[in-house]
Design a protein around this ligand. Structure first.
Ligand SMILES: *[C@@H]1O[C@H](CO)[C@@H](O)[C@H](O)[C@H]1NC(C)=O
Ligand SMILES: *[C@@H]1O[C@H](CO)[C@@H](O)[C@H](O)[C@H]1NC(C)=O
Ligand SMILES: *[C@@H]1O[C@H](CO)[C@@H](O)[C@H](O)[C@H]1NC(C)=O
Length: 381
């Protein structure tokens, strides 16, 4: 090679390398969208002035275990997200179709329902009318279960009656003949029910616009205490090693020897330290993630807002509305730790007394959006 050829080949390789580098950078950014937002938005407790910003910028917190991204859908998602954010979210609430209701006994349940719907709608219109949605559509709908026969979308909120809801959806779908026949494991690990993010974008879009969308919520503090009792006060081969270990290691002073720490025996206050920590050693979990971040109430525009406190009436009214078989009733059993007292206001007070008043305030702030959207009152001691 003469010097001229050497120079040319160095130039060609240099340019090719540069192009490859630029391409890789773009590719990496495409694979990890939202990374920046989620690291900003996750652990900080809510300050009241930031509500509006929070609703507009709702990004996913880091949940454990991380869900695999659907890479091939990314491009499609981006374009639909654009479409979605151009819609003026939330759209007007649709009236509930009450053509199947011929019974006076639903009167109070119905008027409660109408009040909740309009409260949520007003709240969202007041605070959430910005439409710079910064999250994936598929993430937005990743907690929503689909029942195609009766055209239902149900957003799963753990610790608010979701196991029995999934049983009902399976019965409606013809997967079981009675809700009482379905075991806990079949409900949660059976993968019988379809989630909305498993459909293509047209499928998601059509269902969001035509199905009856329901969410069932619970007093935030009761839900939190219930999750704590369920996951940390009973042997658990996932929550103890994954969360318990990390929590004890970081928040318990003088923990004697890591080997001794099997992750059992987390105290409520230690759990709260983890929850409120901007540098959590492990991510969030659906059992204590805010409803505002699981179900995106200001973006999805739910038709029906049920509450755990009135679960049976609300659920049975909902079943009437959608035209379910008359004999189908919402089951009322508690299938895990059924001998334990249910987490009620009295139980919650006992746990809250283990916290300092500033910890109580910060925990309340953490769930502040859920309190506002669903009209729950601040806990008192
Ligand atoms: C209400 O539901 C009934 C029964 O499914 C249906 O025939 C009717 O067209 C619906 N009404 C509206 C306004 O959607
Ligand atoms: C975990 O460790 C504690 C204290 O070292 C012990 O009392 C408990 O039985 C252990 N639990 C399990 C499931 O091994
Ligand atoms: C919100 O809750 C309070 C206290 O429970 C109740 O008095 C009020 O009527 C509720 N507001 C709406 C709009 O439902």
């Amino acid at each position: 090679m003469n010097p001229r050829q050497v120079f040319l080949s160095v130039l060609v390789f240099g340019v090719a390398g540069l192009l490859l580098f630029m391409y890789l950078q773009v590719w990496i950014e495409e694979q990890h969208p939202g990374r920046r937002e989620s690291s900003q938005s996750s652990p900080r407790p809510m300050s009241r002035e930031k509500i509006q910003e929070e609703i507009i910028n709702q990004g996913p917190s880091r949940l454990v275990p991380e869900e695999p991204e659907k890479k091939n859908k990314l491009h499609e998602t981006k374009s639909l997200l654009k479409q979605f954010s151009q819609m003026n979210l939330p759209p007007d609430t649709r009236p509930l179709n009450k053509s199947f209701i011929h019974d006076d006994k639903w009167k109070t349940t119905d008027s409660d329902q109408e009040r909740r719907r309009s409260l949520l709608h007003d709240f969202c219109r007041k605070h959430g009318s910005g439409n710079h949605l910064r999250t994936h559509l598929t993430h937005l709908v990743s907690r929503i279960y689909v029942e195609d026969r009766h055209k239902i979308l149900y957003c799963e909120v753990p610790k608010a009656g979701c196991s029995n809801w999934k049983r009902i959806l399976m019965v409606l779908n013809g997967l079981a003949s009675s809700a009482y026949d379905i075991t806990h494991d079949a409900v949660h690990y059976g993968k019988y029910l379809k989630k909305l993010d498993s459909f293509d974008l047209k499928g998601i879009y059509t269902r969001l616009n035509t199905y009856t969308k329901a969410v069932f919520v619970r007093d935030p503090m009761e839900r939190l205490v219930s999750a704590f009792r369920d996951k940390f006060e009973h042997p658990n081969s996932y929550y103890h090693p994954v969360f318990g270990k990390a929590i004890i290691k970081k928040y318990r002073p003088n923990v004697c020897g890591e080997a001794l720490n099997n992750g059992s025996g987390v105290k409520f206050q230690e759990f709260i330290h983890y929850l409120l920590d901007a540098q959590r050693p492990v991510g969030m979990d659906i059992h204590w993630e805010q409803v505002s971040k699981l179900c995106y109430p200001c973006l999805i525009n739910y038709d029906f807002v049920g509450k755990f406190e009135t679960l049976e009436q609300d659920a049975n009214y909902f079943l009437q509305l959608i035209g379910a078989p008359k004999e189908l009733k919402f089951p009322n059993f508690k299938d895990r730790h059924s001998s334990d007292e249910r987490t009620n206001a009295g139980v919650v007070r006992q746990y809250l007394r283990e916290l300092s008043s500033s910890e109580r305030q910060l925990t309340y702030d953490f769930y502040y959006l859920d309190y506002l959207m669903f009209n729950y009152t601040a806990p008192s001691l």
